[in-house]
Design a protein around this ligand. Sequence first.
Ligand SMILES: [Zn+2]
Length: 79
Amino acid sequence: MSALTVRPWGVGYAIWQGDKRVTGQIGNAAIAERTADLLTIKSQAKPRPCLCCNATFISAGPGNRLCDTCRRYAAQIVT
Ligand SMILES: [Zn+2]
């Protein structure tokens, strides 16, 4: 998947993947950038084994390697 870009479109902005527009009009550049980030994260989501319990879960990307249960447990230890 090629990188998403935010470009002016209509009276606002839209997100493009190459020559293809992938969203409708977004009125605010900051929101368009944030939406592009979220879409990128979503596109990287795939099943991965949890590094802690080895259960398969839908990981959001390289920085998300613990399943929800283990992440919640880890958060309790830290706080
Ligand atoms: Zn786990």
